[in-house]
Design a protein. Structure first.
Lengths: 100, 405
């Protein structure tokens, strides 16, 4: 239970950035009307970021990770989030044992 | 039968226990019965001159207040106060707007405290008074109940202690009901924040945060995806810039959600509004949108969604961090891959949407290429920008192809 200056400053930054998003949306964007292109760009941002994180992490680390990522996607089409995570973790553990 | 002034007034205070629109006299006759009926009597008082049975409208309420023989239980003159009500404001009020902040009264308006009008809820379909064929009542049914409710809001009873305690009771039960409504909606999905918070806690200690820091981070940020992405780049060079970009890029959806929610919570107080916005989550946003289709969104309703999520989120992070501390080798349990699992699980609902596949392919392939090219953590943002660009181009093409109206 310690507080590190580096960690705390980053935590503060993340907190402020997240709050800025919520508050900015409420204060600025509630008044402004976005055009269709800007709306589409904003709406695509989360999926673009998530994919940009997940795809390299799953596909560039090795075969066990790639298989686990594929398993997670297949399971995730039907199952809830918690199951997806458990399946991803379990598959990567098993595959590392089998293949590694 | 039309609404009586008593029923109107009680409804105006947010009460919906007067299920059946009853005539004034019959309401008074019945007032010895249940406590709610008793309240009708309390508020109106009894008077032999009060003979109107039905067909009471807004103006009758107004006139009732001027008749000297009508008085309250405490032999005080019956006084009614109204908010100024233009036709347009009536319409807007029945639509749930409460922009007239100041009671503009007939008499002693200033003595009427502002009641939490924001807390009333729309009556559901069953609770709405039945339409009457009675010609005397058509004019009252022509006005939406919300408008009437807002106009005939207060009866300034001579015993304010009782009256306000009574109102407070109504508000509490209404708020409680709203809170439970929210809670009931959020319960089935609570499994997601429970498991997610454990993983965020474990991932935080894996990245060198203490359990206390992890808990503080969850309490402050309260956005799982942003926290995970920020933790992913925690130890990169220029981490301060990267964590901010991480939080902004993944949480930019909150800006859109907050913009939408903000338009639906105009009737909240300042504190309620900012609490709602500062703790906005995907479920709170989504359920508020759905709720808004049928009735006014209340603060209690949003609290019913957000409070359990927040408590679970903070406590779950703490538990996850403490458990994560116990694990010697995270890779042995695949915990290092939990990051990827989370991001896949978060992205999947988006991938299922139409139009998201090209975006995902563009951002994913660009990110992979950039990572293999050795760009460092920047690959996330280059990839994301590629995806956003594709989305913008697609929208632009749609706009070009769409027939101009």
């Amino acid at each position: 239970m310690t507080l590190d200056a580096y960690n705390m400053s980053l935590i503060l930054l993340v907190t402020l950035a997240t709050f800025a998003m919520r508050a900015g949306g409420a204060v600025i964007m509630a008044r402004a009307q976005l055009g269709p292109i800007a709306t589409a760009a904003f709406e695509a941002m989360p999926v673009a970021v998530l994919t940009a994180v997940a795809a390299p992490a799953a596909l560039t680390q090795g075969l066990p990770e790639a298989i686990a990522g594929a398993a997670a996607v297949i399971v995730g089409l039907r199952a809830p989030m918690a199951v997806v995570i458990v399946v991803a973790m379990a598959t990567v553990v098993v595959m590392r044992q089998v293949l590694g | 039968m039309p609404l009586t002034p008593a029923a109107l007034r009680l409804r105006s205070a947010g009460a919906h226990f007067v299920r059946r629109p009853v005539g004034l006299a019959s309401a008074l006759r019945a007032s010895e019965g249940s406590s709610s009926r008793h309240a009708v009597k309390w508020i109106l008082g009894t008077s032999p001159r009060m003979t109107c049975e039905s067909g009471v409208d807004f103006f009758t309420i107004f006139i009732l207040g001027l008749v000297p023989g009508i008085h309250t239980r405490h032999r005080q003159p019956l006084r009614l106060t109204f908010y100024s009500a233009h036709a347009s404001s009536l319409r807007l009020r029945s639509a749930g707007a409460h922009f007239v902040r100041r009671p503009v009264g007939l008499a002693s308006a200033r003595s009427v405290p502002r009641i939490g009008v924001s807390r009333y809820r729309y009556p559901s379909e069953q609770e709405r008074p039945e339409r009457s064929e009675d010609s005397r009542s058509t004019h009252i049914n022509a006005i939406q109940p919300g408008g009437i409710r807002s106009c005939a809001r207060h009866l300034n009873d001579a015993s304010p202690g009782f009256f306000h305690a009574f109102l407070a009771k109504i508000f509490m039960t209404t708020a409680k009901q709203e809170f439970l409504d929210g809670l009931r909606l959020v319960l089935p999905i609570l499994v997601a924040p429970i498991s997610f918070s454990f993983i965020v806690g474990a991932a935080s200690v894996q990245q060198g945060l203490s359990a206390l820091e992890a808990t503080l981070m969850s309490a402050g940020v309260f956005a799982g995806g942003g926290q995970m992405l920020a933790l992913e780049v925690w130890h990169e060079p220029q981490a301060w810039l990267l964590v901010m970009l991480a939080a902004i890029s993944i949480n930019v959806r909150f800006a859109l959600q907050a913009a939408s929610v903000r338009r639906k919570i105009n009737h909240f107080s300042f504190v309620e509004r900012w609490l709602t916005i500062a703790t906005l989550t995907d479920p709170a946003w989504g359920m508020s949108e759905v709720r808004h289709l049928t009735r006014q969104v209340t603060f209690a309703f949003i609290a019913g969604i957000t409070v359990p999520i927040y408590l679970i989120w903070v406590l779950g992070t703490l538990v996850g961090a403490l458990l994560g501390n116990l694990i010697e080798d995270p890779a042995k349990f695949g915990l290092d891959f939990a990051f990827v699992g989370i991001f896949i699980a978060l992205a999947l609902p988006f991938w299922k949407r139409s139009g998201a596949v090209p975006v995902a392919i563009a951002s994913g392939s660009t990110a992979i290429v950039c990572k293999l090219a050795g760009l460092g953590a920047v690959y996330v943002f280059v990839g994301a920008m590629a995806g956003v660009l594709v989305a913008a181009v697609m929208a632009w093409r749609r706009a070009m192809l769409a027939p101009t109206p």
